[in-house]
Design a protein around this ligand. Sequence first.
Ligand SMILES: [Fe+2]
Length: 201
Amino acid sequence: MAITEPTAERTTDHPGRTPEYPDYTVPGLSTEDGARVIALLASRLHALNDLSLTLKHIHWNVVGPHFIAVHEMLDPQTESVREMADAVAERISALGGVPWGTPGTLVAERDWQDYSVGRADAIAHLGALDLVLTGIVEDHRRARAEVASLDPVTEDLLLEQLRALEKFQWFVRAHLESCRGALSTAGARTEQQAAQEAATR
Ligand SMILES: [Fe+2]
């Protein structure tokens, strides 16, 4: 990691940066459509990189009676999300774009707040994580819907990832669900609210 160099401004005319339109893209796709798909995937790459770090953060900070179950549940999920990020980044490259995976760019370009729960009970973290996953699944679904008419290969990639993300959210929600099928965090709008409701019900 180069830590002694000054932070460089990234602009679209930077030689290593995705230009407004790629010079080439996959056969059968216009460069205009390729550029739109690349932009959608760039946002998904940030979301998946962010999620993989957040999952490790929870893995490290979870406490309480359910520690080992949640601590160990999150490792294979982290690995799966890292593979998703890799697949998205490589699709951007195949489309003629530049996958930008640095932390500073992620923070500068994301439109969500950093995960807000520190050391906390396992159930509290799962309440907050459920909200995180809801945001990612909704955004993935929106991106899939938009690429459907542009690039079925990217659509297939996002669809496959949605299947895994929604299964993961089911694993999380099963910890928050009553035998009548109600979620303890229903109605929570912030991670802190969800964490508190999950931990107290
Ligand atoms: Fe670990």
